[in-house]
Design a protein around this ligand. Structure first.
Ligand SMILES: Cc1cc2nc3c(=O)[nH]c(=O)nc-3n(C[C@H](O)[C@H](O)[C@H](O)COP(=O)(O)OP(=O)(O)OC[C@H]3O[C@@H](n4cnc5c(N)ncnc54)[C@H](O)[C@@H]3O)c2cc1C
Length: 540
């Protein structure tokens, strides 16, 4: 049984005992980067399988990932609560139909404690580079403060939406007032009575705009593209209902299953039945009509692309917030930011005290700025310059013993990512156990299998609503959707339940790069040079 560290009430978890830059390299069987749902889920599954030692490296001072970082007013999950927890640690006592940020964060901390993860986590350990040392068959991982870990397997749970995106607007740095991104909400700055600009009308903005609108003196909301917004069937879950989910056998499970299939049917409907797409658009337009009396404002918030092409949002208080006399929806493009405000393309400057960037995340930069250098000395970021590709979004040819959580084409527009993470973990665990049981040292997918898989994904993607012409964060610089899974989540679950015979190589030969330590600054040790000559063999 692991020793457990108590989390202080509402505070940050205590720092671990490892000192920065003490010159040592911590050894582990598996190194996991990140302690959101992905990293924590991986660690729990490894502990349950008896695979270890496991070390988790986390840049921040607490677990939780997304739900630790996003504390903006109104932050909540858009997936019904009973679907947003691990299946092996279901939470039956959610207080609302859609879980608020703080409740999810409490759940994450509770899971970390209950499953004994805290002693394995190294907090304030921002990983800057990982390099595969082919001679030693180890991933060498380096943190910004000099801490190092050497591990046989590397699992990256960096999160698709953990790096904020700031817009490339001329003059952004010249603004003299207060400015912050929604993910780094400045709770010490009182917005009361201030003139505030909000740039962006995505998932975060539609949650915090209704909260801050009554508080500020003036709110200018700068919109590039309006999102489709459906009603949000949220309500509190009372003590009686909670008691039923907690105590009646199967009640929470039934609720979870019914929500899962409902969310899944939305994807089926949008993809297969154009009639449903039209009906949903009409429902969203009715939502606008019911909440916005002004025809001009209605026109401005009505999207000109198909519903589902970008993530469909849910809100009951966003449109009413826009009707407040102190709120202005600005649709003229932003031309520049000055020291005092924001200038639009028509030359009008709006003076503000504060700018809040609701501009989302760098979703298609899967790894950067983290460098992940394979045995041939090539950084995976460089290999992915023309688009990220992995096999089943999890393993990459040429990068042995590397597992990407929520990697390319594993994202969802309609269902809980926790389901996908758990499906991915089935594959990771299957591969790890097979390596262990076969006595091999490495595993990676066959390049040809990976290529065929990605061609098939992109082919299917062409027929989806996501490729129907809108501009969205789902698309990379080349306009390819390397973010979302193009089918039903149940299909992904089926395909990741077990590794397919012949798809993976055990002990693929890799050249030992002459200057491994130089290319990565992660260090290196050539204690088994003969290893590079081992010939490839199939996993089965
Ligand atoms: C505002 C918001 C709302 C969302 N709503 C939903 C929703 O309704 N439904 C849904 O399914 N999903 C939603 N998501 C997506 C959400 O990110 C996922 O559901 C889930 O939390 C992802 O978990 P993760 O572990 O993959 O990533 P994260 O939770 O992002 O965790 C990644 C962790 O890795 C750490 N990390 C990153 N880089 C490094 C590094 N170099 N070194 C060390 N540590 C590092 C980060 O600090 C972080 O703790 C939302 C996201 C946001 C931002």
């Amino acid at each position: 049984m692991d020793a457990r560290i108590e989390v202080p009430e509402g505070g940050v978890l205590p720092a671990d005992g490892v000192q920065p830059g003490d010159g040592g390299e911590e050894a582990a069987e598996v190194c996991i980067v990140g302690t959101g749902f992905a990293g924590m889920g991986a660690a729990i599954r490894l502990k349950q399988a008896g695979i270890g030692p496991v070390v988790l490296l986390e840049a921040a001072g607490d677990v939780g990932g997304t739900w630790r970082d996003n504390t903006y007013p109104g932050c909540a999950c858009d997936i019904p609560s009973h679907l947003y927890s691990f299946s092996f640690a279901p939470k039956a006592d959610w207080t609302r139909m859609y879980p608020p940020q703080a409740e999810i964060q409490d759940y994450m901390r509770d899971v970390a404690r209950r499953f004994g993860l805290l002693p394995h986590i190294r907090f304030h350990a921002a990983v800057t580079a990982c390099a595969y040392d082919a001679a030693a068959a180890l991933w060498r991982v380096r943190c910004a403060d000099g801490r190092r870990v050497a591990a046989r397997f590397l699992i990256l749970g960096l999160g698709g939406l953990s790096r904020p995106a700031l817009p490339d607007i001329p003059g952004r740095g010249s603004f003299q007032g207060r400015a912050f991104h929604s993910q780094q909400w400045d709770h010490g700055y009182d917005l009361t009575g201030k003139r505030v600009a909000v740039i962006g009308t995505g998932a975060s903005a539609i949650q915090f705009v209704p909260r801050i609108a009554p508080q500020v003196a003036r709110l200018h909301l700068f919109q590039r593209t309006p999102p489709w917004i459906m009603p949000r069937p949220d309500r509190p879950i009372g003590p009686w209902e909670r008691a039923v989910y907690r105590h009646v056998p199967g009640a929470a499970w039934l609720r979870r299953a019914s929500i899962y299939w409902w969310q899944e049917s939305l994807a089926v409907g949008f993809t297969l039945y154009p009639g449903l797409l039209r009906r949903s658009e009409q429902k969203a337009k009715d939502h606008i009509a019911a909440q916005i009396p002004d025809p001009e404002l209605r026109r401005k918030v009505t999207p000109d692309f198909h519903i589902g092409c970008k993530r469909v949002l849910i809100s009951d208080d966003y449109y009413p917030a826009l009707t407040r006399p102190t709120v202005e929806l600005v649709t003229d493009p932003v031309r520049e930011i000055t020291s005092t405000g924001i200038v639009t393309a028509d030359g009008v400057e709006r003076a503000v005290d504060c700018i809040v960037y609701g501009t989302g995340f760098r979703a298609t930069d899967y790894l950067a700025p983290l460098r992940v250098v394979g045995p041939d000395g090539v950084d995976l970021n460089e290999r992915w310059r023309d688009g990220a590709e992995a096999h089943l979004g999890t393993t990459v040819a040429g990068y042995p013993n590397l597992f990407l959580m929520t990697g390319p084409n594993t994202g969802l527009g309609h269902n809980s990512i926790v389901f996908m993470i758990e499906a991915q973990l089935n594959l990771v665990m299957d591969l790890l156990c097979r390596v262990r049981d076969s006595g091999a040292r490495t595993v990676e997918p066959r390049a040809e299998v990976q290529r065929r898989f990605n061609e098939a994904v992109q082919e299917r993607m062409r027929r989806t609503v996501w490729m129907s012409g809108c501009r969205s964060w789902y698309l990379d610089a080349r306009g390819r959707n390397t973010t979302l899974w193009p089918g039903f989540t149940v299909e992904y679950w089926r395909r990741t339940r077990r590794a397919v015979p012949g798809d993976y190589l055990l002990d693929a030969p890799h050249p030992v790069p002459a200057v491994a330590a130089d290319t990565t600054a992660v260090g290196g040790r050539a204690d088994d040079a003969g290893r590079a000559d081992r010939s490839e063999s199939l996993i089965y």
